[in-house]
Ligand binder design. Structure first.
Ligand SMILES: [Fe+2]
Ligand SMILES: [Fe+2]
Length: 386
């Protein structure tokens, strides 16, 4: 028996789908082949990462123990065999990150429609007909907007069937948020055949909404760029997962075991930092510089440890940093970072956020999260969106 066949048998056994005969062939190989024990242990470890660790990101067993999942699991193992381990690769400069991102052949280009729609929405002459024309070009976006219009959030007495009705009902601002969120999630979803990252997107949508709440409280203007930056703040984690699924799941598991911050573990384990990976991905997409800059420093509360940045970028970083912590304290979704988060005292002082003001921000975030359930409808139904 070769190693690959043995690995497949092991997967079948772990997925509870092996026949008696397969079980006995497996145990014979385990006794007779000198490499079998190592392959067995390695397969169990990887299987565990995929079925257990992945649960934090996906909100449900990533792969249910059924026969079909065995095939899925075999495909996942095949995919991971083709990946190169990222751990230990000393990645210090921007070029290396850009290089890694260019290897992400599964990373789709940002949909042109996202750009077109946001321009149209920001155009003062935009009208319902024009938006409708643009959206009609994208079936999944259209159905997301309709699904949201028909969700409990709007409590309509009758069903909305046309975009025209939906847009006039929700208004441009609302449509803009839906379009950005749905575009990002649906196109990232196309980036892989296996991942269902419901919990990860919950975290991202939560942070995007909380960032707007914090911005309002601090008097920072909350706009399309701010919302998009916050929605994409952890996109580098997806890059890491697509490049080295097993390696990154191990780091996530380490964070779950030790409660250490994921970004600290990335550095300790000499793994690409998700902040820098996110920066490189946004640059690759040609997004405005302020988006990639803010993503790069979203875990740095100390303004003196950031390079000199335009004031608006620093404001964006402050809002996202704070929103990220408050959303994690709220246990809204999960992005793989299991640190018990504490807000940096220096940041609170610098922004003049005293206890009462902080409590107000938390209360406002709770209100906004209650409203956000409609946006979560955007997550594909089969992923069990809330
Ligand atoms: Fe992060
Ligand atoms: Fe985050």
């Amino acid at each position: 028996m070769n190693k690959q066949k043995f690995q497949e048998l092991t997967i079948a056994i772990l997925s509870d789908s092996a026949s008696e005969e397969e079980n006995s062939i497996h145990s014979q190989a385990l006794q007779n082949e000198d490499w079998a024990q190592d392959v067995y242990e390695d397969t169990c470890h990887t299987h565990n990462l995929l079925t257990q660790t992945f649960r934090t990101l996906s909100d449900q067993p990533a792969i249910a123990p059924t026969n079909t999942s065995k095939e899925q699991m075999v495909k996942l193992f095949e995919m991971m065999d083709k990946q190169s381990p990222l751990r230990g690769s000393a990645i210090a400069d921007k070029e290396t990150y850009a290089d890694l991102v260019s290897k992400l052949d599964k990373l789709p280009t940002l949909p042109i429609i996202l750009d077109a729609i946001s321009k149209a929405l920001n155009d003062e002459h935009a009208n319902v007909i024009k938006i409708e024309e643009l959206l009609n070009g994208d079936q999944s976006l259209t159905s997301s907007v309709l699904r949201l219009a028909n969700s409990a959030r709007y409590g309509l007495p009758h069903k909305v069937f046309s975009l025209h009705q939906a847009i006039s009902l929700m208004g441009f601002d609302e449509v803009q948020q839906i379009v950005v969120t749905a575009s990002v999630i649906s196109f990232m979803d196309k980036a892989n055949d296996f991942f269902s990252l419901n919990n990860f997107w919950r975290h991202s949508i939560g942070v995007a909404n909380a960032t707007c709440v914090v911005a309002n409280e601090l008097g920072v203007s909350d706009d399309y760029i701010l919302y998009t930056t916050a929605l994409l703040h952890d996109i580098g984690k997806l890059g890491n997962l697509l490049l080295d699924t097993k390696g990154y799941l191990q780091i996530i598991q380490q964070s779950l075991d030790t409660k250490l911050p994921l970004h600290q573990l990335e550095i300790e384990e000499v793994f690409p930092e998700h902040t820098r990976m996110g920066e490189a991905i946004c640059e690759h997409w040609g997004l405005p510089k302020m988006i990639s800059q803010a993503i790069r420093y979203h875990h740095e509360p100390d303004i003196n440890k950031r390079p000199p940045l335009p004031e608006e970028v620093n404001h964006t970083i402050d809002c996202i940093y704070l929103a990220d912590i408050l959303i994690r304290q709220n246990h809204f979704g999960h992005s793989g970072n299991a640190e018990e988060p504490e807000i940096d005292e220096g940041l609170l002082k610098r922004l003049d956020i005293h206890t009462i003001r902080l409590e107000q921000i938390k209360a406002d975030i709770n209100d906004s999260l209650n409203q956000v359930h409609g946006l979560l409808d955007i997550l594909p139904e089969e992923y069990g969106a809330a």
